[in-house]
Design a protein around this ligand. Structure first.
Ligand code: GAL
Length: 670
């Protein structure tokens, strides 16, 4: 049954605020305190039941609903909405004892054991039977409950079972390949199996890319990643359809893990199935640029479905427990993080979890209510966040103002780079995109970050920083955008591979060589620590390309290093637009390049961002809101007109923003 989008939350709903609520870990007396504290903080929704399967289905088809009914009743009477989870992220111990065959198998061919979570193979029919039954029972029981306003399928699908190499997965993979290629000859051609003579006689010859001493075929590895993403999506659909059949009408979602380095699934192909886009995001304590990483993830999330608001299903109030050193967030950092998400289009900021656990695997993870209770800085900040969100609740339903600049990025392209050996095997492909995102953001262009299949209509500047794999359709669409007037920038590692993860031949970057009017002879990785200077003063690290122009103008050249004197940045006029190539990975000095490109594209700054103040605008038919987040240690004066919805202070041209502070300016029209 298709998802019922008509039942999505009303655009005027307030911003959602709450977190994962795991009352099964606590006595009833604590439940009452929980409710009182939730009301104090202004919590309006909790995610319930994520890991409760073993306490609901206590043995095969033997159910204990009493305690759950009671919790749901308590929340309902307190007017706290419920995002009800199907508990399939954590199968009960009895299920693994009865059916160990549902446990996933790793790439060494070794089966996992009971005791973790997401310990199941999405392609296993026995697993599917049990998962579908628990979803059905929950749907039948609570599908019409007025307080259950959203459904949450499983938890972080793929975060523990991203790839399963068991026999059932192998059978499903072969069927997937047969649907994709039709004949084994087509598969042999696509994967180039003449290499090492690895020709397949029939689909049954194909195995998942289990470990062997040497590298695997990158086309096989990439297709297995695609298959694994589809298998998880099929699992989502199976549970969703079970809920719908059981009478659920509320929106159904699941929490995605959008990650700059490549997500566990190709989320761009999932969004059509989700009524609400929801993500989990955790900052890394020892990353000094963690707030920028957060904005990039948030921008990527909104790029998955630009016409819909989204929500943060989980982030942390403070420290997590899974990094090497789990430092707490600095005072004010949680508020800034939550407001950053809302700035980028989230209509809610929820946390893992409501109350910090005393026992179990996550006993040192922060929560809204810390171990030390409510007489704490942590709790005071949670209450402050609740009131901040309430004061800006009218942004709910608005969208981030569309940018004139777009960055294309793609999980599949990132996986293609990670599959098999490459010229730089220690290079994180996404770093280039992060630098472009930062440069465009701090210059006030507020770039959109889009999957490669997104519409490019209306963008004046389109950057493909390291879009390693591009399919033919994307190549066409990018060229059409340039033809129509856009300035397109192709980075050094973009357009190298085709959809099958084969190299596009005839000069790098094969996908765009003629479009750019250049001919790349050789990719030239630099050694670790080695950098090369451009004439303009920009500095390149990691990779340069030996390029000659065939029909392009040289804008900048290498000023030293192995390719001294050769072209580094080129431009070609193309239709009504331009095609630029940047043949090295620029590490420092991208700011000047961005300024030049913005002039070429005819776009101007539209947000008062600085190196430390993040600025994002949300707009609706009713107005516009300028979000300002000062990540720095100095106060700043920012150009703004209107009034801050949080403090009530007017913004009459220059607005004073304290170090570490946030403001949401309801902008004056005209
Ligand atoms: C998430 C997960 C939560 C919790 C959290 C801890 O990935 O969904 O259940 O484990 O991490 O940071």
């Amino acid at each position: 049954m298709p998802a019922q989008r008509s039942s999505a939350p009303s655009p005027r709903a307030p911003l959602l605020f709450g977190g994962d609520y795991n009352p099964e870990q606590w006595d009833r007396s604590v439940w009452l305190e929980d409710i009182a504290l939730m009301r104090e903080a202004g919590v309006n929704i909790v995610t319930l039941g994520v890991f409760a399967w073993g306490l609901l289905e206590v043995d095969d088809d033997r159910w204990d609903w009493g305690w759950f009914d009671e919790v749901i009743g308590l929340l309902a009477r307190s007017e706290i909405s419920i995002d009800l989870a199907t508990p399939t992220a954590s199968p009960p111990i009895w299920l693994h004892r009865e059916h160990p065959e549902i446990l996933p198998v790793d790439r060494r061919g070794i089966r996992y054991h009971q005791g973790g979570r997401l310990q199941w193979c999405p392609s296993h029919p026995v697993w599917q039977r049990y998962a579908s039954r628990v979803a059905t029972r929950l749907g039948e029981r609570y599908g019409q409950h007025p307080s259950v306003t959203m459904w949450h399928i499983s938890n972080e699908l793929g975060g523990g079972n991203r790839r399963c190499y068991c026999d059932q997965s192998t059978f499903a993979f072969r069927a997937w390949l047969e649907r994709r290629y039709g004949t084994v000859d087509a598969l042999n051609a696509a994967w180039g199996t003449a290499f090492w003579g690895h020709r397949y006689r029939r689909f049954d010859d194909v195995l998942a890319p289990l470990d062997s001493e040497s590298a695997q075929n990158p086309s096989l590895v990439l297709d297995f990643d695609r298959f694994s993403s589809d298998a998880l999506l099929d699992h989502f659909r199976m549970e969703r359809d079970a809920l719908r059949r059981a009478g659920v009408t509320a929106p159904i979602t699941t929490n995605l893990m959008v990650a700059p380095q490549g997500s566990v699934a190709d989320y761009a192909s999932w969004t059509q199935d989700l009524d609400v886009i929801a993500i989990d995001h955790y900052t890394i304590a020892d990353d000094p640029h963690r707030h920028r990483e957060l904005s990039q993830v948030a921008a990527r999330t909104r790029g998955l479905a630009p016409s819909r608001p989204w929500m943060v299903m989980e982030h942390s109030t403070s420290a997590v427990n899974w990094q090497v050193r789990n430092s707490p967030k600095a005072p004010g950092e949680m508020l800034r993080n939550s407001v950053q998400h809302v700035a980028h289009g989230a209509d809610g900021a929820l946390f893992f979890q409501w109350r910090a656990s005393a026992s179990g695997a996550e006993q040192f993870h922060s929560a809204m209510v810390p171990h030390a209770g409510a007489e704490t800085r942590q709790w005071r900040e949670v209450v402050e966040l609740g009131s901040t969100l309430a004061s800006i609740s009218d942004v709910a339903g608005s969208l981030v103002e569309r940018s004139e600049a777009a960055i294309l990025t793609d999980d599949v392209s990132l996986w293609a780079w990670q599959a098999g050996q490459k010229p730089l095997n220690d290079h994180a492909l996404h770093e280039d995109g992060r630098r472009w995102f930062e440069a465009l953001s701090t210059h006030g262009f507020g770039p959109d970050v889009l999957p490669s299949h997104a519409s490019l209509d209306g963008y004046r500047l389109i950057v493909l920083p390291s879009l390693y794999l591009v399919d033919d359709e994307t190549v066409e669409r990018v060229m059409r955008a340039a033809d129509a007037g856009a300035t397109v920038v192709v980075g050094a590692l973009s357009g190298i591979a085709d959809a099958d993860n084969r190299i596009r031949l005839g000069g790098y970057p094969g996908a765009f060589r003629d479009f750019l009017g250049i001919f790349g002879e050789e990719l030239h990785p630099l050694l670790r620590g080695e950098t090369v200077l451009l004439g303009s003063g920009a500095r390149v690290a990691d990779l340069i390309t030996r390029v000659r122009t065939t029909d392009a103008e040289i804008i900048d050249s290498y000023a030293d290093g192995p390719l001294e004197g050769m072209p580094a940045i080129t431009r070609r006029r193309f239709g009504r637009g331009q095609a630029w190539h940047v043949s090295g990975l620029i590490q420092d000095g991208l700011d000047a390049v961005v300024t030049t490109l913005a002039q070429a594209a005819g776009i101007s700054r539209r947000l008062p961002a600085t190196a430390t103040v993040e600025a994002v605008r949300r707009v609706s038919a009713d107005g516009s809101w300028l979000f300002l987040i000062n990540h720095g240690t100095a106060d700043e004066e920012i150009e703004a007109w209107g009034a801050d919805a949080i403090s009530g202070r007017p913004a009459e041209g220059l607005f004073h923003l304290d170090a570490g502070a946030v403001a949401v300016i309801r902008e004056r029209r005209g």
